[in-house]
Design a protein around this ligand. Structure first.
Ligand code: GTP
Ligand code: MG
Length: 370
């Protein structure tokens, strides 16, 4: 239905729920934080706070697309964000490592790469592809429920000697729920007992039909070990991305999602962030959940300092006051005062929720979606 709770609207706009309630009161509408308002009223609210609303279907919201109109008008192409999923031991990590060696840039830099949760490779043809390092199923679901789905394409890795297994099926379900197209990578074809045809047949049960059988799923046979047909896989990704026509506006202030974060002994809180739109710059003031800070440094996976990161670029950022949770949206705000206000408000609602407090905040916490 075309409705949204005050809470949800407040999250999306990063405007305090109480301010929305006050405004509604002025319109003669008495609402509480968990009350539902219709789209017309939501539009009125958005308008009051200087934002525009794009109406999307419920399935879009479920898939994690944001209900603002920004990407629709964007004209600048961005790199596809690709997650690699599949059953345990089917070769996800090996495949990622192998794909990384195809990166033109890392070869030039002499190749000491540190592990960060996401990285971008540049293909020999000059196209960029962003890979998310094998997100666990829990992390993937967490991101989705937080409306922070960042994956454009899922690569489903299936070992040719093992076939479709329980986590293969789970991965398919995740991808379908997120609305992300699947590319199947049948891995380990170098093995003597490899049977790619068996995998292809098994996948039919899950409505994954290869192009050879008249379906629309690209199925690529690879070997991470002997580095066979990696260019074929890259080609499949680029083709899929082209069909999707991925765009984002690099001109606006940045919005991203926290992929992972940790407390580093020497460097303090370090968060790996994937920029979704806009451009994140050194010196920006950012908020992610109850964490905030001035971006002191932006680093890529080769530990190189960047001055800025545009759409689909994953970066490590330093300068936050604490490590935010994975899946937390990150947004640039205009001032430190605004950042403090937001994070204090979030900390308070979190406390109130923890103590079963007066305030009926039902969602995890206030998440900024500027
Ligand atoms: P988890 O992260 O534990 O779920 O496993 P994974 O899917 O990341 O698999 P990983 O890359 O760790 O590979 C599992 C095993 O399969 C390792 O022993 C790899 O060396 C082996 N392996 C991966 N790819 C290939 C391949 O293409 N051919 C062969 N023969 N072995 C492979
Ligand atoms: Mg692995």
């Amino acid at each position: 239905p075309d409705v949204i709770t005050v809470q949800e609207l407040s999250n999306r706009m990063a405007v305090r729920g109480v301010d929305i309630i006050k405004f509604l009161m002025k319109q003669g509408l008495m609402m509480k934080i968990n009350d539902v308002i219709d789209t017309d009223t939501a539009e009125l609210v958005a308008d009051e706070f200087g934002m525009t609303v794009r109406r999307v279907s419920e399935s879009d919201v479920e898939a994690g697309f944001l209900s603002d109109d920004i990407d629709e008008e964007a004209t600048t192409p961005r790199a596809p964000v690709v997650a690699i999923m599949g059953h345990v031991d089917h070769g996800k990590t090996s495949l990622l490592d192998a794909l990384r060696t195809t990166d033109v840039a890392s070869g030039e830099a002499g190749g000491i790469t540190q592990h960060i949760g996401a990285y971008q490779v540049r293909t020999p043809g000059g196209d960029a592809v962003t890979f998310l390092d094998t997100p666990g199923h829990a992390a993937f679901s967490a991101m989705r429920t937080r409306g922070a789905n960042v994956t454009d394409i899922v690569i489903l890795v299936v070992a040719a000697d093992d076939g479709v297994m329980p986590q293969t099926i789970e991965s398919i379900q995740h991808a379908k729920a997120a609305g992300a197209p699947i590319i199947v990578a049948i891995n380990k074809v170098d093995k003597p007992d490899a049977d790619p045809q068996k995998v292809i047949n098994e996948l039919l049960q899950y409505e994954i039909i290869g192009e050879a059988l008249g379906g629309d799923t690209q199925i690529v046979e690879v070997s991470a070990k002997s580095k066979t047909n990696l260019d074929g896989l890259i080609e499949a990704i680029l083709l899929q991305a082209e069909v999707m026509d991925l765009k984002a506006d690099p001109e606006r202030s940045a919005e991203g999602v926290v992929i992972e974060a940790k407390l580093d002994k020497g460097r303090g809180p370090v968060a790996t962030v994937l920029v979704k739109r806009g451009t994140l710059r050194r010196g920006d003031i950012v908020v992610a959940g109850s964490a905030w800070g001035k971006v002191r440094a932006l680093l890529n996976e080769r530990n190189e300092q960047l001055t800025e990161a545009g759409p689909s670029v994953p970066v490590e950022i330093l300068g936050l006051d604490e490590a935010p949770s994975p899946g937390e949206p990150l947004a640039v705000v205009e001032s430190e005062a605004r950042a403090r206000e937001l994070t204090e408000y979030r900390a308070r609602t979190k406390r109130e929720k923890a103590t079963g407090g007066i305030n009926q905040v039902s969602l995890v916490d206030m998440m900024a979606k500027l």
